[in-house]
Ligand binder design. Structure first.
Ligand code: BTN
Length: 256
């Protein structure tokens, strides 16, 4: 069966952000679903929460994929995050030990961030029209200059230089795999694999929400993509993105 994701790869020497570039192209031309915009360098690469995304030119993978998800109801949009994160996970799992998906959609190796995903949806008449899925993956960069808290690259993890074209091909085919599961209604498989790849699932850790630190255990993610955490007292809380912080300390000392 033909692959949709990456059927066309547009290579850019430099652009502001591949997400912005893809967005302009969607407005100006008709695009085929699965088109990828790949940049050697971004001048204003964007991350989640208005952060910038750092990358030394040519050392990492910076790309955006255009998807048309008119078959997906808006309330199920977290499925896109799952599909993309799992596709990256499938591609990289053979290179990296302790690879995980940190909710909602970061790619982690141990406690360090290897890659991030920025999904920007456009909605028309209550339906998802197009989605721009931006992916930044640290491949060969070994020194990070921004204040990103815990970056890591494939090279730092393995002491090997990687051919980013090979990694790109593997990621695109990984995402295509899960995207076809989504289109075929195989959501249970996606959900199951997402849960088993989830960072800190079923482990006791400390979290912070509304300035309160608590200990609990991640149980999973609900249908609208909220993170479910069971506190030590048994109460199950649900969180939207940005409402809860993962604390790195494993034995947090409470001040009472
Ligand atoms: C995050 O903060 O974790 C998301 C980072 C997403 C970065 C990628 S790099 C390619 C695409 N273009 C951007 O400006 N951002 C995304």
């Amino acid at each position: 069966m033909d692959q949709i994701i990456g059927n066309l790869i547009v290579r850019l020497e430099v652009t502001d952000s591949t997400n912005n570039y893809a967005n302009r192209q969607i407005r100006e031309h008709g695009l085929t679903e699965g088109t990828v915009f790949l940049a050697y360098e971004q001048t204003t690469g964007r991350g989640q929460q208005n952060n910038s995304w750092e990358s030394v030119p040519g050392e990492n993978l910076l790309f955006s994929i255009v998807l048309f998800l008119d078959f997906l109801e808006i309330r199920r949009q977290f499925m896109i995050s799952k599909v993309v994160a799992l596709g990256i996970y499938k591609a990289l799992n053979k290179y990296v030990d302790s690879l995980k998906i940190k909710w909602p959609n970061d790619i982690y190796a141990g406690n360090r961030k290897l890659g991030g995903i920025l999904i920007e949806n456009s909605i028309m008449s209550g339906l998802l029209k197009s989605s721009i899925v931006g992916i930044g993956l640290n491949v060969n960069q070994t020194i990070f200059y921004s204040n990103a808290p815990n970056p890591v690259s494939l090279k730092m993890l393995t002491n090997q230089h990687f051919d980013s074209e090979i990694i790109l091909t593997e990621i695109l085919s990984g995402i295509d795999w899960y995207y076809s599961l989504l289109r075929n209604g195989e959501e249970e498989i996606i959900d199951r694999e997402f849960i088993s790849a989830l960072y800190r699932i079923n482990e006791k850790h400390f979290f912070k929400a509304e300035d309160v630190v608590f200990e609990g255990e991640i149980l999973g993610v609900n249908a609208i993509g909220q993170l479910l955490i069971r506190k030590n007292d048994g109460e199950v809380l649900d969180f939207h993105f940005k409402e809860v912080e993962f604390l790195q300390v494993s034995h947090y000392k409470k001040r009472n």
